[in-house]
Ligand binder design. Structure first.
Ligand SMILES: Nc1ncnc2c1ncn2[C@@H]1O[C@H](COP(=O)(O)OP(=O)(O)O)[C@@H](O)[C@H]1O
Ligand SMILES: [Mg+2]
Length: 399
């Protein structure tokens, strides 16, 4: 009798799988609550844990809410294959923040570009995005906690500044520059579009935690200050008492140093002794941030046309393990930029504007993925202002 009961209990997950298949055939509404209960049972997850789900067409998202119990959270973080088996669907994405772990299962979607008008960028669009995530398309998201530095490469006109602006919107929506404990620094090597946007941001969101520049001296100053901010975050983290905690575990707003067209800064430094020293000073700070910034949620986003050793010394380039290479780079440029992965079967970048290849450490990728960077169609300064004032959190939220 007991063996019979045990047999029934053990076959429950299979039964649900069968039911799910039947649902596909007979279109019976299926109750995912039971499935999640089975999952908890199968994985020894205590009944007190909370799992929930949401569906979107044929895809399902499972949300596991973290507890303060490390053992339980570890179990909740290792449901990848359990979920795949139970739901008979492949895992297509997984991300987490301080409160939850989100698993997305379903069929791979074809790559779609995100194109937004200025009205589309609402507060709600950003409100569900976890603190350490920057979504890049329907299929790809960037994890700031796993791969915190981004290199944006590509010829003039390939879309670097536009892609960088997407990161900038995300940074602002996360509170970077408005949270009094955060720092937003923007340097435009050409003193062009991004500098003008930086001025607008500063005028409207305040200049206390937002700095802009376009000269080598300004970059040196801002990078030095950024390193100081990073070091003071390490002190805060050290005094929190949590073991191995990083800034995201402590819910800190990320800091960003955006540098558009780094090579122009280098050219401006020139070949005099002072110029060379200044360039070395800048590289010293950038190297420190690239090496140590992740744990303090201090992120570098650097664009340059060509990632050759002249423009980005290899010590720094090798620390920047997330890359968007826009346009149709030659094989030797790809080998240089994506030296961290196996480039046997490099996919062809989409030929549309904003198309390129993306790779980031920590996402389990073997090779770069095709990407089309998001495009926000902003025609006027006043459109841009409307967006940033709409999406930036209120300063009072942080007090
Ligand atoms: N992701 C994109 N989707 C559609 N059009 C784009 C995209 N990125 C750039 N563009 C178009 O290409 C132009 C040049 O892009 P830009 O970012 O200034 O290039 P770069 O900084 O590499 O020189 C933009 O003004 C825009 O019209
Ligand atoms: Mg540009």
């Amino acid at each position: 009798m007991l063996a019979f009961l045990l047999l029934i209990i053990l076959s429950i997950p299979r039964l649900f799988k069968l039911l799910k298949k039947m649902k596909q055939v007979f279109k019976i509404e299926f109750n995912y609550d039971y499935l999640l209960l089975c999952l908890m049972y199968d994985n020894d997850i205590p009944e007190t844990a909370t799992l929930s789900y949401f569906t979107d067409g044929d895809n399902i998202g499972v949300v596991a809410f973290k507890s303060s119990n490390m053992k339980e959270d570890k179990l909740l973080d290792s449901l990848d294959s359990g979920l795949e088996t139970l739901l008979s669907l492949p895992l297509i994405d997984k991300f987490s923040d301080t409160n939850k772990i989100v698993y997305l299962l379903g069929e791979e979607q074809p790559l779609d570009q995100w194109v937004f008008s200025s009205d589309d960028l609402t507060k709600e669009l950003f409100s569900d995005v976890p603190l350490d995530i920057i979504p890049l398309s329907n299929t790809i998201s960037f994890s700031l906690s796993k791969s915190s530095m981004l290199g944006l490469y590509g010829r003039t006109g390939s879309g670097k500044t536009i892609a960088l602006q997407w990161y900038l919107y995300q940074a602002i929506a996360k509170g970077c520059g408005t949270d009094p404990r955060s720092q937003l620094s923007i340097v435009d090597g050409k003193g062009a579009d991004l500098f003008a946007l930086g001025e607008l941001i500063q005028e409207n969101l305040g200049s206390e935690h937002i700095s802009i520049g376009s000269s080598p001296n300004m970059l040196a100053k801002l990078a030095r200050e950024f390193v100081d901010e990073m070091n003071s975050r390490f002190e805060i983290i050290k005094h929190q008492g949590a073991l191995n905690a990083d800034a995201y575990d402590l819910n800190m707003t990320p800091n960003f140093l955006f540098i558009d067209e780094l090579a122009s800064i280098k050219d401006e430094c020139g070949s005099s002794k002072d110029g060379k020293n200044l360039w070395q000073e800048i590289l010293g700070y950038l190297g420190l941030i690239a090496k140590k910034g992740r744990q303090a949620a201090c992120h570098l986003v650097i664009s340059t046309q060509d990632p050759n050793a002249e423009n980005i010394p290899s010590e720094i380039r090798l620390q920047i393990t997330s890359i968007i290479f826009l346009g149709q780079p030659s094989k030797d440029r790809l080998n240089m930029a994506f030296s961290m992965c196996d480039l046997e079967e490099v996919p062809t970048p989409p030929s549309s504007k904003g198309g390129g290849l993306f790779y980031a450490d920590g996402l389990g990728l073997n090779e770069p993925l095709p990407i089309i960077a998001p495009f926000v169609d902003v025609k006027t300064k006043s459109d841009f202002l409307t967006i940033i004032t709409r999406i930036a959190p209120n300063k009072d939220n942080f007090i």
